[in-house]
Design a binder for this molecule. Structure first.
Ligand code: SF4
Length: 419
């Protein structure tokens, strides 16, 4: 089986701007500061998600941003920012940007075995804010809406990748898809919402995957298989045009020679434990069950067609010095057992984890945030007191209590196998 590399749309976007920045942040996992704007964004996304699910928008502790990986608190909004989030969400509801509809899926997670490139099995993983049969929405909290224009949207890696993956999963209908930025403009004196939309055809999506995405994945995997270590950072190709993007690259102090990688990491020593926990959780996540649900083939199944073409054309150009790509693997999720176990914190009515392997655990093998809030409200046990373990050898997902005793399990875990 080919070694896996896990790539998210935002990591791919980062690598396109600077391969070194991607390796430093995503592969070597150099720490980065949690920006206040990220806390605001996480909280607002959670409120929007509860709106789509018909849940209470502002339950106790709604102002807290929780890590997607560990469920730990990542930040907390003050009163002024709470009022700002509330005003923005209310405006989006009033203007019809946020609507409730059975055809809407919010926070749709995916995990897809795409192709083997340069000897690495690419596993695309991520979460789409909103998918409907005709559109992909991304919520953006921003103070600079001018950057989120139609041109940027039409060329945004994450949005185009979401569209291609959702088409692959049979979530989209028709020959084109609408990409939409829902802009929440964080001006405290004049909070506003705005929607930017572009229509992308099947041909355009196909051309993106073939001419842009696959060559970029080729560059990324080629850099990864070179096996650069942190001490080799200066040898990794970089693009200095990206140094000032999005408020400035966090690794500028290293690239400019102001501090070494070790000195940089020491500055974050206090947050070392949290990073360790995050990495452990990521490792568990990477052994978790398949999420992709490719239930039906559609005319928009760009990934399958184009990655196969790409693989064939790359194979024909291969030299003896480069390992030939293996066959493209597009895997489907196993059916989830209906008589599944329930974790001690699970809300049996929760829709967010309804298709998870164990009640109270999402399909990515983490404690369900909705159930976590439910547990807090109803006095059920806190998931933080339990350990979720994915045993990829036996295909089992386990929930253990503080004494190491099994309290719930599932054997619906599936590990992707390259063809
Ligand atoms: S500082 Fe610039 S060159 Fe260095 S990693 Fe960041 S974007 Fe790349």
């Amino acid at each position: 089986m080919a070694k896996q590399t896990w790539l998210s749309p935002s990591a791919i976007n980062e690598a396109d701007s600077c391969i070194r920045k991607w390796l430093m942040g995503r592969k070597w996992k150099l720490p980065r500061e949690q920006k206040h704007s990220q806390t605001l964004g996480l909280v607002l996304h959670a409120v929007c998600d509860r709106f789509y699910r018909g849940e209470e928008l502002y339950p106790p502790n709604w102002e807290v941003a929780y890590s997607k990986y560990t469920g730990d608190e990542e930040g907390r909004l003050g009163k002024a920012d709470q009022a700002l989030v509330s005003a923005l969400v209310n405006a989006a509801i009033a203007e019809g940007i946020l609507i409730q509809d059975p055809g809407i899926e919010s926070e749709k997670e995916f995990k897809l075995h795409l192709a083997v490139v340069n000897g690495l099995q690419i596993v695309l993983t991520g979460c789409v804010d909103v998918v409907t049969p005709e559109s992909i929405d991304d919520h953006k909290v921003t103070g600079a809406p001018r950057y989120y224009n139609e041109k940027a949207l039409r060329n945004a890696h994450p949005m185009l990748i979401y569209a291609a993956v959702m088409a692959h999963e049979g979530k989209l209908e028709g020959e084109s898809v609408w990409l939409r930025y829902n802009l929440f403009i964080k001006d405290p004196d004049n909070p506003k919402v705005k929607r930017v939309s572009v229509e992308v055809t099947q041909e355009e999506l196909s051309a993106y995957v073939k001419n842009t995405l696959m060559p970029l994945l080729d560059r990324m995997t080629a850099a990864e298989v070179k096996g650069y270590g942190k001490e080799d950072w200066a040898s990794v190709p970089c693009d200095e045009r990206a140094c000032d993007d999005y408020g400035g690259c966090p690794f500028r102090s290293i690239c400019s020679g102001k501090e070494s990688v070790d000195e940089y990491c020491r500055r974050f020593a206090d947050s070392g434990d949290r990073e360790g926990e995050r990495n452990k959780a990521l490792a568990r996540l990477q052994g978790s069950s398949e999420v992709t649900e490719n239930k039906k083939e559609t005319g928009m199944n760009i990934l399958k067609t184009v990655t196969q073409q790409y693989t064939q054309s790359t194979q024909s150009k291969e030299t003896t010095t480069t390992p030939a790509p293996e066959a493209v693997v597009l895997q489907t999720a196993p059916a989830v057992a209906t008589d599944r176990d329930m974790a001690p914190w699970a809300n049996p009515e929760c829709k967010a984890c309804a298709t998870g392997p164990i009640g109270g655990i999402t399909k990515l093998g983490k404690a369900c945030p909705g159930c976590k809030l439910y547990a807090k409200k109803t006095g059920l046990p806190d998931p933080a007191d339990y350990e979720i373990i994915a045993d990829t050898d036996s295909g089992t997902l386990l929930v253990l209590n503080g004494d190491g005793e099994e309290v719930a399990s599932s054997n619906a875990l599936s590990v992707g196998v390259a063809a």
